[in-house]
Structure formats: structure tokens, C-alpha cells
Design a protein around this ligand. Structure first.
Ligand SMILES: Cc1ncc(COP(=O)(O)O)c(C=O)c1O
Length: 394
């Protein structure tokens, strides 16, 4: 029997264990309340659903162009033009199978085995794990509250040598924090000057709260405003409430496109075509009004958590600038156990599921948890009530 490849020996996504335990608990008790999933609790917007039905009736739904159908690439380009006032056209856009598919393609197109790629810690674990499976050397930058848990040029300057690439996310998962526009621009310039590729994960754009001047949270900005040699990653999964449709995209530097074309055509042929035809309708006014309604609900949920958690003695929270997460330090509540065991006990005792920090932070994740507020306001309120009843009185 052939053994597993060495490259497959990467970390699993530990939050899946929480999902499994929550599903078992739901079967046995029927009382699960989950703030563990990083996805909206709402379906795709109505015009997208209508377009999907129409596409099923009227389109062949065979393979499409490898980089995606032109009407979708045009919509995505227009979205970037209007949101950031930058010059983007359909040729700049590569549609992919989720942003997850975009990451794999970019990493393959730009990095070789042994190349050093820098990521933030805490951060989204799939960057680290996918890069490791591809044979890259992953260097984690220790990012703390002083820099909103985000990497800076100063941190890159301290490396022994410029890395082949750096992956940043703003707003980030698990912290929800954003990078100051001037810092993102500086990172893009530094990468250009040092021959490093900046991969800017912008998939949570559209879900930002009280950002910009005078609010305490950075304004939204895009790496392409500074450098078209960087890669911008987008997705319909978060703001657009379409996780399972598996569509993402990238704004790719012109020089990278031939490699992306070779890789994508061989690896996936094209992204799912029914999702592409449907997603064309995700950028119109009707869909955006519905989606902005979700963001208003996230804002209410976020407020509830930012006020409610400190009342329970959970005061060390990352600034939740965007996305739909609150990342909390629970170190003071742990009596020798780690966050995984704490979350398991919480689920066992109350039916409330949270994501332990171990996925996101290989060093301090044993003392943190992530609460997703993408669900209903009633769920967030009930979650706070269950926590209040369960936590020891301080
Ligand atoms: C920061 C970040 N990037 C990328 C992804 C992958 O998203 P998708 O493949 O659904 O576009 C996620 C999913 O949670 C994420 O949080």
C-alpha cells in the first residue's frame, strides 16, 4: 500500500472537529447555538437565485473560458473601479473556484519549492497549510495588538532576506482587523522594491464598520491602488453571502497571467459555470441592497458582543474593524486547559459552539477563541446569555 505523501502531512482545520462535535450535540440535545462558522447564515441574494434558475433552464452550463465568462469579469472589474476609483478592466480579472482556488493558483504560479513566504500570526490557516503542502518555507510574523495584529514594513525589514512573497488580509480572519491604507501602500511599495509578491486577501471587503477618519478604524483600501504587480484576491463567499457557490477571483499582474492560464486550465478547466452565470447578478443594486442589509445586522451583532463580552470579564478583544469576527483572549478563564478543551467543555455544558484559536495562531491560539457574528441577532444574544450563565462569577 502506498503511504501518504509527505506534502499532505499538513495541519487539519481544527474547527471542523468543533463542527462535528456540534452536529453530534445537535442530534443528542437539539440545542446547539453555533458562533463557530465563518460564513453568513443567509442565502445568496434574490437576483442571484433567480439568475441561477434561469441559467439552469436556458444555458448549456458546460465548461467556460478558464478565466471565467466575460460578463462576470466585467462586473467584477466595474465593482473594483467604482469601489476604489482604480483602473481595472475585465482582462485583469481571473475568476477562480473560491478564493481558495485563487490562492493555490497564485502560490503555484509565483513560488517554487523552498521559497520563503511570509504570513501574519494570527491569521487564516489555509495560507500557511497550502503553502506548506506546496513545499514553501512559511515564516510567520508575530503580529500583536500594537499593529492591529497586522504585518508592517518594519517587520519585513527585520527578515534576513526579502521573502518571495507575503500574504496579508484586511479585514483579517480571525481578528477582523484592518491595515491602515498608508501601511498597505508601503507594504506594496516595499514588495515591488524587493522583488517580493504581495498577495492581498480582500475577500471581507464590504463588511467594514465605522471605518475611516475619526472612527479609530482604518479606511478600506486595496493593494492595486498602489501596485498592479501585487495580487488582489476577492470572493463571493463573505459580503456576497455565497460561500457554497465556490467562486472567487483575483486581480492578477499581467506578467503572471500566462502561468495562471496554464495552471488553471490544467487543474480545474474553469470555475463552476452555474455559479458564474448567477454571480453576474450579485453586483446590481437589488442584490447590493439586500447584502447591505446583512452588513447592518452584522453591525448590530458586533455591537452586542463588543459590549456584552467585557461585561462577562472578557476584555481583551482585537479591534473588530471588519469581517464578522470577534477574536478574544480567554487566557484568564483557563484553569490549566487550552482553548480547544475550553470550547469542548462549553459545548458540552451549554450547547454553544465557538472556534478555538489554535487554527489561527500556532503559538498563542491555545488562549484565544473566535466568535462569529454572521448569524442572527437572536443567536448572538442567546450566546451571550449562555456564556453569562456558564462562566464562573468573578
Ligand atoms: C481570510 C480568508 N481568506 C480566504 C478564505 C476562503 O474563502 P473562499 O474559498 O470561500 O473564497 C476564507 C474563508 O473563511 C478566509 O477567512
Amino acid at each position: 500500500m502506498r503511504p501518504e505523501s509527505q506534502r499532505s502531512g499538513i495541519e487539519t482545520f481544527h474547527v471542523m472537529d468543533v463542527w462535528k462535535a456540534a452536529a453530534e450535540r445537535q442530534r443528542s440535545h437539539g440545542d446547539v447555538l453555533s458562533l463557530a462558522a465563518g460564513q453568513p447564515s443567509t442565502p445568496a441574494p434574490a437576483p442571484v437565485l433567480r439568475a441561477a434558475n434561469l441559467a439552469i433552464d436556458a444555458e448549456l452550463l458546460g465548461y467556460t473560458e478558464t478565466f471565467g465568462i466575460l460578463p462576470l469579469r466585467e462586473e467584477i472589474a466595474a465593482y473594483h473601479r467604482h469601489k476604489y476609483g482604480i483602473d481595472v478592466d475585465a482582462d485583469d480579472v481571473v475568476v477562480t473556484t473560491g478564493s481558495s482556488g485563487a490562492f493555490t493558483l497564485v502560490f503555484l504560479a509565483a513560488f517554487d519549492v523552498g521559497d520563503t513566504v511570509v504570513v501574519a500570526r494570527p491569521g487564516y490557516p489555509a495560507y500557511r497549510n497550502t503553502l506548506a503542502a506546496l513545499g514553501c518555507r512559511v515564516v510567520e510574523l508575530d503580529c500583536g495588538p500594537q499593529t492591529r495584529y497586522q504585518p508592517t514594513v518594519a517587520m519585513l525589514e527585520e527578515l534576513d532576506a526579502p521573502p518571495a512573497g507575503i500574504v496579508v488580509a484586511s479585514p483579517a480572519n480571525p481578528t477582523g482587523t484592518m491595515i491602515e491604507p498608508s501601511e498597505l501602500a508601503a507594504l506594496a511599495r516595499w514588495c515591488d522594491e524587493h522583488g517580493s509578491l504581495l498577495v492581498s486577501d480582500e475577500i471581507y471587503h464590504g463588511i467594514e464598520f465605522e471605518t475611516g477618519e475619526g472612527t479609530g478604524s482604518p479606511a478600506t483600501s486595496t493593494a492595486w491602488a498602489t501596485s498592479r504587480d501585487s495580487v488582489v484576491i476577492g470572493s463571493v463567499s463573505k459580503y456576497f453571502s455565497m460561500t457554497g457557490w465556490r467562486l472567487g477571483w483575483m486581480l492578477a499582474p499581467e506578467t503572471m497571467r500566462p502561468a495562471l492560464q496554464r495552471l488553471a486550465s490544467n487543474m480545474t478547466v474553469c470555475p463552476p459555470s452555474v455559479s458564474q452565470f448567477a454571480a453576474v447578478e450579485a453586483f446590481g443594486t437589488e442584490a447590493r441592497t439586500e447584502l447591505d442589509g446583512h452588513v447592518s445586522r452584522y453591525a448590530v451583532n458586533r455591537e452586542l458582543l463588543l459590549e456584552g463580552l467585557p461585561d462577562l470579564g472578557i476584555t481583551k478583544l482585537a479591534p473588530a474593524d471588519g469581517a464578522f469576527y470577534v477574536y478574544a483572549d480567554i487566557g484568564h478563564l483557563l484553569d490549566g486547559e487550552n482553548s480547544t478543551a475550553w470550547c469542548a467543555r462549553l459545548l458540552h455544558d451549554t450547547g454553544l459552539a465557538l472556534a478555538p484559536g489554535v487554527d489561527f495562531d500556532t503559538v498563542r491560539g491555545g488562549e484565544t477563541v473566535r466568535l462569529s457574528f454572521a448569524g442572527s441577532t437572536a443567536d448572538v444574544t442567546a450566546a451571550l446569555d449562555r456564556l453569562a450563565a456558564w462562566l464562573p462569577v468573578s
